[in-house]
Design a protein around this ligand. Structure first.
Ligand code: GAR
Length: 201
Protein backbone atom coordinates (compact mmCIF):
# COMPACT_ATOMS: atom_id res chain seq x y z
CA UNK A 1 0.00 0.00 0.00
CA UNK A 2 1.59 3.27 -1.15
CA UNK A 3 1.00 6.38 0.94
CA UNK A 4 0.39 9.80 -0.51
CA UNK A 5 0.96 13.10 1.25
CA UNK A 6 -0.76 16.09 -0.33
CA UNK A 7 0.29 19.70 0.23
CA UNK A 8 -2.33 22.39 -0.28
CA UNK A 9 -2.79 26.11 0.30
CA UNK A 10 -6.37 26.66 -0.85
CA UNK A 11 -9.61 25.09 -1.99
CA UNK A 12 -8.09 21.65 -2.61
CA UNK A 13 -10.04 20.50 -5.65
CA UNK A 14 -7.03 18.58 -6.98
CA UNK A 15 -6.60 16.96 -3.57
CA UNK A 16 -10.28 15.90 -3.72
CA UNK A 17 -9.75 14.56 -7.25
CA UNK A 18 -6.87 12.39 -6.00
CA UNK A 19 -8.87 11.26 -2.96
CA UNK A 20 -11.81 10.32 -5.23
CA UNK A 21 -9.49 8.44 -7.60
CA UNK A 22 -8.11 6.45 -4.67
CA UNK A 23 -11.61 5.82 -3.23
CA UNK A 24 -12.91 4.67 -6.63
CA UNK A 25 -9.94 2.41 -7.30
CA UNK A 26 -8.67 4.38 -10.31
CA UNK A 27 -5.51 4.71 -8.24
CA UNK A 28 -5.17 1.28 -6.62
CA UNK A 29 -3.15 0.06 -3.66
CA UNK A 30 -2.77 3.57 -2.30
CA UNK A 31 -4.12 5.76 0.43
CA UNK A 32 -3.98 9.46 1.23
CA UNK A 33 -2.06 9.37 4.49
CA UNK A 34 -1.99 13.09 5.17
CA UNK A 35 -2.97 16.51 3.87
CA UNK A 36 -0.79 19.41 4.98
CA UNK A 37 -1.82 23.03 4.52
CA UNK A 38 0.34 26.05 5.20
CA UNK A 39 -2.85 28.13 5.40
CA UNK A 40 -5.20 27.52 8.35
CA UNK A 41 -8.25 28.79 6.43
CA UNK A 42 -7.66 26.61 3.33
CA UNK A 43 -11.02 25.26 2.14
CA UNK A 44 -9.40 21.94 1.28
CA UNK A 45 -8.87 21.08 4.94
CA UNK A 46 -12.57 20.52 5.64
CA UNK A 47 -12.93 18.54 2.40
CA UNK A 48 -10.10 16.22 3.51
CA UNK A 49 -11.58 15.82 7.00
CA UNK A 50 -15.02 14.99 5.52
CA UNK A 51 -13.29 12.15 3.72
CA UNK A 52 -11.64 10.89 6.88
CA UNK A 53 -8.17 12.03 5.82
CA UNK A 54 -5.72 13.26 8.48
CA UNK A 55 -4.89 16.95 8.17
CA UNK A 56 -2.19 19.15 9.64
CA UNK A 57 -1.81 22.93 9.44
CA UNK A 58 1.81 24.08 9.44
CA UNK A 59 2.06 27.84 9.27
CA UNK A 60 5.16 28.91 7.35
CA UNK A 61 5.19 32.40 8.83
CA UNK A 62 8.16 33.29 11.00
CA UNK A 63 10.24 30.35 9.76
CA UNK A 64 12.86 30.08 7.05
CA UNK A 65 11.82 28.09 4.01
CA UNK A 66 13.95 25.14 5.08
CA UNK A 67 12.77 25.24 8.71
CA UNK A 68 9.19 25.09 7.49
CA UNK A 69 9.96 22.30 5.03
CA UNK A 70 11.69 20.29 7.75
CA UNK A 71 8.54 20.42 9.89
CA UNK A 72 6.55 19.22 6.87
CA UNK A 73 9.03 16.40 6.24
CA UNK A 74 8.77 15.28 9.87
CA UNK A 75 4.98 14.94 9.50
CA UNK A 76 5.29 13.22 6.12
CA UNK A 77 7.81 10.71 7.48
CA UNK A 78 5.67 10.13 10.58
CA UNK A 79 2.89 9.06 8.21
CA UNK A 80 5.37 7.02 6.10
CA UNK A 81 4.55 8.96 2.96
CA UNK A 82 5.99 7.53 -0.27
CA UNK A 83 4.88 10.24 -2.70
CA UNK A 84 4.30 13.95 -2.10
CA UNK A 85 1.71 15.65 -4.32
CA UNK A 86 1.55 19.43 -4.51
CA UNK A 87 -2.04 20.44 -5.16
CA UNK A 88 -2.32 24.19 -5.23
CA UNK A 89 0.53 24.47 -2.75
CA UNK A 90 1.54 28.05 -3.39
CA UNK A 91 5.05 28.07 -1.95
CA UNK A 92 8.44 27.22 -3.31
CA UNK A 93 10.09 24.20 -1.73
CA UNK A 94 13.61 24.37 -0.34
CA UNK A 95 16.43 22.46 -2.06
CA UNK A 96 16.67 20.44 1.18
CA UNK A 97 13.06 19.20 0.87
CA UNK A 98 13.46 18.42 -2.81
CA UNK A 99 16.52 16.26 -2.06
CA UNK A 100 14.78 14.63 0.92
CA UNK A 101 11.97 13.41 -1.38
CA UNK A 102 14.06 13.17 -4.51
CA UNK A 103 11.96 12.10 -7.54
CA UNK A 104 9.03 11.61 -5.17
CA UNK A 105 7.37 15.03 -5.46
CA UNK A 106 4.78 15.83 -8.13
CA UNK A 107 3.18 19.15 -8.99
CA UNK A 108 0.23 20.18 -11.11
CA UNK A 109 0.42 23.44 -13.00
CA UNK A 110 -2.42 25.05 -14.98
CA UNK A 111 -0.59 25.66 -18.28
CA UNK A 112 1.27 23.73 -20.92
CA UNK A 113 4.78 24.06 -19.49
CA UNK A 114 7.28 25.44 -20.30
CA UNK A 115 4.79 28.18 -21.26
CA UNK A 116 3.49 30.36 -18.44
CA UNK A 117 5.21 29.15 -15.28
CA UNK A 118 4.53 30.94 -11.99
CA UNK A 119 1.40 32.52 -10.62
CA UNK A 120 -1.90 33.03 -12.48
CA UNK A 121 -0.87 30.81 -15.37
CA UNK A 122 -4.39 30.73 -16.84
CA UNK A 123 -4.56 34.54 -16.87
CA UNK A 124 -1.07 34.76 -18.35
CA UNK A 125 -2.11 32.38 -21.16
CA UNK A 126 -5.41 34.16 -21.79
CA UNK A 127 -3.77 37.57 -21.95
CA UNK A 128 -0.99 36.31 -24.22
CA UNK A 129 -3.68 35.26 -26.70
CA UNK A 130 -2.79 31.58 -27.09
CA UNK A 131 -5.41 29.42 -28.83
CA UNK A 132 -4.63 26.39 -26.68
CA UNK A 133 -3.54 26.02 -23.11
CA UNK A 134 -3.95 23.18 -20.63
CA UNK A 135 -2.25 21.62 -17.65
CA UNK A 136 0.96 19.81 -16.79
CA UNK A 137 1.84 17.28 -14.12
CA UNK A 138 5.58 17.12 -13.53
CA UNK A 139 8.24 15.97 -11.12
CA UNK A 140 9.45 18.80 -8.91
CA UNK A 141 13.05 19.87 -9.21
CA UNK A 142 14.87 22.91 -7.87
CA UNK A 143 13.59 25.25 -10.59
CA UNK A 144 10.07 26.63 -10.51
CA UNK A 145 7.54 24.65 -12.61
CA UNK A 146 10.40 22.93 -14.40
CA UNK A 147 10.87 19.20 -13.66
CA UNK A 148 10.34 16.29 -16.07
CA UNK A 149 6.82 16.19 -17.51
CA UNK A 150 4.61 13.19 -16.71
CA UNK A 151 1.26 14.22 -18.24
CA UNK A 152 -0.20 17.14 -20.14
CA UNK A 153 -3.72 17.84 -21.39
CA UNK A 154 -4.71 20.43 -23.98
CA UNK A 155 -7.62 22.84 -23.51
CA UNK A 156 -8.70 25.17 -26.34
CA UNK A 157 -9.32 28.84 -25.71
CA UNK A 158 -12.88 29.40 -26.98
CA UNK A 159 -14.48 32.55 -28.34
CA UNK A 160 -16.17 34.29 -25.40
CA UNK A 161 -13.72 32.85 -22.85
CA UNK A 162 -12.26 34.99 -20.13
CA UNK A 163 -9.47 33.87 -17.83
CA UNK A 164 -12.02 32.46 -15.36
CA UNK A 165 -13.93 30.29 -17.84
CA UNK A 166 -10.63 29.09 -19.29
CA UNK A 167 -9.36 28.28 -15.77
CA UNK A 168 -12.45 26.24 -14.94
CA UNK A 169 -12.16 24.16 -18.13
CA UNK A 170 -8.45 23.62 -17.44
CA UNK A 171 -9.33 22.52 -13.89
CA UNK A 172 -11.51 19.68 -15.21
CA UNK A 173 -8.48 18.37 -17.12
CA UNK A 174 -6.19 18.92 -14.12
CA UNK A 175 -8.29 16.54 -12.05
CA UNK A 176 -8.05 13.78 -14.67
CA UNK A 177 -4.38 14.31 -15.48
CA UNK A 178 -3.27 14.33 -11.86
CA UNK A 179 -4.93 11.02 -11.09
CA UNK A 180 -3.42 9.45 -14.23
CA UNK A 181 0.05 10.77 -13.40
CA UNK A 182 -0.08 9.51 -9.80
CA UNK A 183 -1.26 6.12 -11.02
CA UNK A 184 1.66 5.92 -13.45
CA UNK A 185 4.26 7.00 -10.90
CA UNK A 186 2.99 4.56 -8.27
CA UNK A 187 3.00 1.75 -10.84
CA UNK A 188 6.73 2.42 -11.42
CA UNK A 189 6.11 1.55 -15.09
CA UNK A 190 8.19 4.42 -16.43
CA UNK A 191 11.75 5.56 -16.69
CA UNK A 192 13.22 9.04 -16.82
CA UNK A 193 15.79 9.81 -19.52
CA UNK A 194 17.04 13.34 -19.07
CA UNK A 195 13.91 15.44 -19.12
CA UNK A 196 11.78 12.74 -20.72
CA UNK A 197 9.42 10.48 -18.79
CA UNK A 198 8.93 7.32 -20.85
CA UNK A 199 6.06 4.98 -20.06
CA UNK A 200 6.83 1.28 -20.12
CA UNK A 201 4.29 -1.35 -21.09
C1 GAR B 1 -4.89 24.66 -9.59
O1 GAR B 1 -5.34 25.26 -10.78
C2 GAR B 1 -3.41 24.34 -9.67
O2 GAR B 1 -3.03 23.89 -10.94
C3 GAR B 1 -2.81 25.69 -9.37
O3 GAR B 1 -3.59 26.21 -8.33
C4 GAR B 1 -4.91 25.69 -8.44
C5 GAR B 1 -5.25 25.03 -7.13
O4 GAR B 1 -6.58 24.62 -7.12
N1 GAR B 1 -1.44 25.56 -9.00
C6 GAR B 1 -0.53 26.45 -9.33
O5 GAR B 1 -0.75 27.46 -9.96
C7 GAR B 1 0.88 26.10 -8.84
N2 GAR B 1 1.85 26.86 -9.57
P1 GAR B 1 -7.09 23.54 -6.09
O6 GAR B 1 -6.67 24.04 -4.71
O7 GAR B 1 -8.57 23.54 -6.25
O8 GAR B 1 -6.45 22.21 -6.42
Amino acid sequence: MKKLGILISGRGSNMVALADAVAQGRISDAEIALVISNVATAGGLAKAQERGIATVVLDHRGKTREEHDRTMATELHKHEVDLVCLAGYMRLLSPWFIREFSQRILNIHPSLLPAFPGLDAQKQAFEYGVKFSGCTVHFVDEELDHGAIIRQAIVPVLPGDDDHTLASRILVEEHKSYAEAVKLVLSEKFRVEGRRVIEEA
